[in-house]
Design a protein around this ligand. Structure first.
Ligand code: SF4
Ligand code: SF4
Length: 292
């Protein structure tokens, strides 16, 4: 009998399909953030937009496997011409979150989202990315003029009765510490958000971020590590998958890595994954989850 193969990296099981992500706008975005870990931009067509029919096929599968929530990301989801119909389809099945830079949120958009939420028994969360307290801190990351436009989009959402979640990254100095979080929340309250919610994400040294700062060092991997059950359970890839127009990937972080594409369908993607990528090091070290 041959000995079982020894793996260099730990393996994450898929324990349940709780969360299904959709890269609904592909890698197309209306801005070009300096820290975008998948280098989304107005000219990045490496992943195309998803059609309503493509999303629908995977939603039906997700329902079959007991998915509990749906996330829509890109790129910028509101660049997708079918986004409202797609969100309506998902809201018929479960709670939905949309990750947006808010630049396309106008009064009509905010109102339409409110009526979609009102027509569903499930929640619709809008998650808006912002990387600073003012133009001087945000714009070097998100682009000139974006601070004012993001704040305007947040204002439209608040005026229409949404409680958006604001996502920031550790590129915003000091925000990872409790005083920094408190300062950010205070800033959001002062900007008119009555019940601000804040999610702080660590930076992933992938995509555009590698040019802004640097790539992972060679030692930053999980090579040779054994993960306890608790450590494994904390990784988002044990309970979620990322659907794109080019197939199903293990997670939203690794779509630029062909080895992270698991299958064409969700059904075929429900299998363990070897954590051989430097980003897995960040997930393990920081407890990163892209969920809200
Ligand atoms: S971080 Fe978000 S808003 Fe910025 S380029 Fe990437 S997808 Fe677009
Ligand atoms: S990058 Fe994170 S979520 Fe993705 S496979 Fe590695 S540990 Fe899992």
């Amino acid at each position: 009998m041959s000995a079982p193969a020894v793996r260099a990296y730990p393996v994450a099981p898929l324990t349940a399909l709780d969360t299904v992500w959709f890269q609904v706008a592909g890698t197309l975005c209306n801005i070009r953030c300096a820290h975008c870990f998948i280098s989304c931009a107005p000219d990045n067509r490496s992943f195309p937009m998803m059609t309503r029919a493509e999303v629908g096929a995977r939603l039906r599968e997700a329902e079959e496997f007991g998915a509990r929530e749906y996330y829509f990301t890109g790129g910028e989801p509101f660049m997708n011409k079918e986004i409202f119909e797609i969100l309506g389809d998902a809201l018929a099945l479960g709670p939905v979150s949309v990750l947006t830079n808010a630049l396309l949120i106008k009064p009509k958009t905010a109102a339409r989202l409110k009526s979609l939420a009102g027509a569903s028994p499930y929640s619709l969360d809008l998650r808006v990315s912002l990387d600073g307290y003012d133009a001087a801190t945000n714009d070097p990351i998100r682009g000139e003029g974006t601070f004012d436009r993001i704040m305007a989009g947040l204002g439209e959402l608040a005026a229409a009765g949404h409680d958006p979640v604001v996502t920031t990254t550790e590129a915003c100095e000091g925000v990872a510490a409790s005083e920094g979080r408190a300062r950010f929340l205070e800033f959001l309250r002062a900007a008119g958000l009555k019940r601000p919610r804040l999610k702080v994400l660590p930076l992933l040294r992938l995509g555009a971020e590698t040019a802004r700062t640097h790539a992972y060092e060679s030692w930053e991997t999980l090579r040779g590590r054994e993960l306890s059950e608790t450590e494994g359970a904390g990784l988002q890839c044990t309970t979620s998958r990322m659907v794109t127009a080019k197939g199903v990937y293990v997670c939203p972080l690794l779509i630029d890595f062909p080895g992270a594409r698991l299958a064409a369908t969700l059904r075929e993607s429900l299998r363990p994954f070897e954590l051989a990528y430097p980003a897995c090091f960040t997930c393990h070290a920081t407890g990163l989850s892209c969920r809200t």
